[in-house]
Design a protein around this ligand. Structure first.
Ligand SMILES: [Zn+2]
Length: 378
């Protein structure tokens, strides 16, 4: 990735169906990326959102715990609607979502402005399938329509995000269609499991250093998996060690997506003239453009330089099309050749023009041009 000159981050990732001990993704930073990368503004912390650990936000000071109160909220099902009806800040609400975890109902509580992280939930239960429960399952667990679930008197396993355990006098669904409870506290219900089951958010506290979390988008251009002995054990892949003992083979998996890496490089290196490929992977390293194809001397010199560069192992293209110089310059920039040698009238004085894509042109003597190219490509 360094040699490709990609702007990338190595982020911790879910091992997914591949399994194993640890997975890391190589993510190229670009606003067009489909993955959300969780980064810290103060340290090197980086993670895929699926596995980013959360630090609970604790209230500044403790409140006096009030008595729970049943309130009518007839048309309020979504958190936005309940917030509006009851006119309290969203962080005084707790959402309770009913999940179908391998066929069993599980209620998950997170603060009103948080989202449940289904990957963390799946890991918590070591489950295969995690999805939001359907109407029937919700009714069985809560006794109410969707939108009124809450922890008080619920008939299924109750998971609370760690942050919820620091909250006081909050609002929850009442497990009764058209009603919520206000001023709810932990004494009013029984949590089965407390765990980190939410998505980290921008502005949250970094789990490593206490800095601020920020998000960037990325394209996954590579990944690594520490597989341990998961597959070798399953398939009986062993070797004899120096003591003649059979041992399981330790495995790793390392992948690069060449097409994705190309796409990410284009995104990161495009300028107004086309693709600015890093010289290591440009289709050609040097282009030689002949100004006038009618000038035999120009054609001859250009061909000599072309052969000389090739002899030094430089990847070079000779543009000897019968086109106007402007067209040739544009085309070479468009396809992203990093260096250009222009052979024109200057050869009378023994000079050609050298131009790096991102620098101004300069005159270089024909004798020195091969050295110049070799230097630039070092
Ligand atoms: Zn940090």
């Amino acid at each position: 990735m360094d040699r490709l000159h990609l702007d990338y981050r190595i982020v911790k990732a879910d091992t997914g169906i591949m399994g194993g001990l640890l997975s890391e993704e190589f993510q190229a930073i670009t606003p067009l990326g489909e993955d959300i990368l969780v980064l810290c503004d103060s340290c090197e912390f980086s993670s895929n959102i699926e596995v980013a650990a959360c630090v609970p936000q604790k209230p500044a000071e403790a409140e006096t715990e009030l008595e729970m109160e049943l309130v009518e909220t007839p048309d309020s099902r979504t958190i936005e609607e309940v917030v509006e009806t009851l006119n309290k800040p969203v962080n005084k609400f707790v959402k309770t979502l009913i999940y179908n975890v391998d066929g069993k109902a599980v209620a998950v509580m997170v603060r009103g402005d948080r989202e449940v992280n289904e990957t963390k939930l799946r890991k918590l239960f070591n489950a295969t399938e995690v999805e939001l429960a359907d109407v029937t399952m919700v009714k069985e667990a809560t006794g109410a329509e969707i939108g009124f679930a809450g922890p008080v008197g619920i008939h299924c396993t109750l998971v609370a995000d760690e942050e919820v355990t620091y909250m006081q006098n909050f609002v929850v669904g009442a497990n009764k269609t058209g009603y919520h409870y206000t001023n709810v506290n932990q004494k009013d219900f029984k949590i089965d499991i407390v765990a980190d089951v939410r998505n980290i958010m921008e502005g949250d506290t970094c789990p490593c250093c206490g800095g601020k979390i920020e998000f960037k988008h990325g394209i996954e251009v590579g990944n690594t998996f520490k597989l341990g002995t998961k597959y070798s054990k399953a398939m009986g892949l062993q070797y004899l060690d120096s003591n003649n003992q059979l041992q399981d083979v330790w495995m790793g998996s390392y992948g690069i997506g060449p097409a994705r890496a190309m796409a990410a490089l284009c995104e990161q290196n495009v300028d107004e003239n086309g693709i600015n490929w890093p010289k290591e992977i440009a289709p050609y390293q040097v282009a030689i453009v002949i100004i006038s194809m009618k000038d035999e001397q120009q054609v001859l010199k250009a061909n000599e330089i072309y052969e000389a560069l090739k002899a030094k192992g430089i990847d070079v293209i000779l543009d000897d099309r019968d086109e106007r110089p402007g067209v040739k310059f544009k085309d070479m920039e468009l396809i992203g050749i990093p260096f250009r040698i222009t052979v024109g009238k200057g050869i009378k004085d023994g000079n050609v023009e050298w131009k790096a894509r991102t620098n101004d042109k300069e005159d270089v003597s024909i004798e020195e041009i091969v050295e110049k190219a070799l230097d630039a490509l070092k």
